[in-house]
Design a protein around this ligand. Sequence first.
Ligand SMILES: CC(C)(COP(=O)(O)OP(=O)(O)OC[C@H]1O[C@@H](n2cnc3c(N)ncnc32)[C@H](O)[C@@H]1OP(=O)(O)O)[C@@H](O)C(=O)NCCC(=O)NCCS
Length: 173
Amino acid sequence: MEITIPTEKLILGPVELSDLQNMYEIRTNSQVAKYINRDINKSLEDIRQFIETVRKNDFYFTIKTKECNKFIGTITLWNIDWSKKYAEIGYELLPRFQGKGLMSEAVKGILDYAFNEAGFQHIEAYTHHENIASRKLLEGIGFKLITDKVDSDNLDNLIYGINNTAHKTTSDH
Ligand SMILES: CC(C)(COP(=O)(O)OP(=O)(O)OC[C@H]1O[C@@H](n2cnc3c(N)ncnc32)[C@H](O)[C@@H]1OP(=O)(O)O)[C@@H](O)C(=O)NCCC(=O)NCCS
């Protein structure tokens, strides 16, 4: 996957092995992992292998600022089922970049790409019910709570979904 998605202030680009240090920082940060089921006791080698795996299987992007190419987080479409044109979305920002509206911009950018170019029809987000920032983010973008489905792997999670028909491209907003 060598896709790059520019938004107003950000560049979503394919994760590279050169992002190893940044990826290590974000994936071992306990504040970032507060509402994510994730083992943060990882070595650099674990993270290197993770990068190789996601480069093969997922649409896994780093989020960098347009202004100075600074790594601020990641966003991914994963658990892909092409027969249903379905993917799950995951996202995270380093704590110092949270609360500035940046992830809303990144999610809108990846949805524009997912629905208008990659051919996905339905995207879901699994998020901890106490993760208010994540829930507000999703609701603000137009994701709807799916009430007839549960995450049997983690009953603390809520499931939100959006279809390509409900998504307005960024230029329509
Ligand atoms: C979830 C996360 C990506 C949100 O990104 P963000 O750029 O900080 O979010 P935004 O600044 O766009 O804020 C989204 C909304 O949540 C609100 N919000 C942000 N932090 C909040 C908090 N701690 N409590 C209450 N509301 C909060 C914002 O006011 C905004 O609401 P609005 O659109 O009504 O103004 C970010 O907090 C994060 O990386 N968290 C750690 C990783 C994580 O939990 N990922 C989600 C896994 S499902």
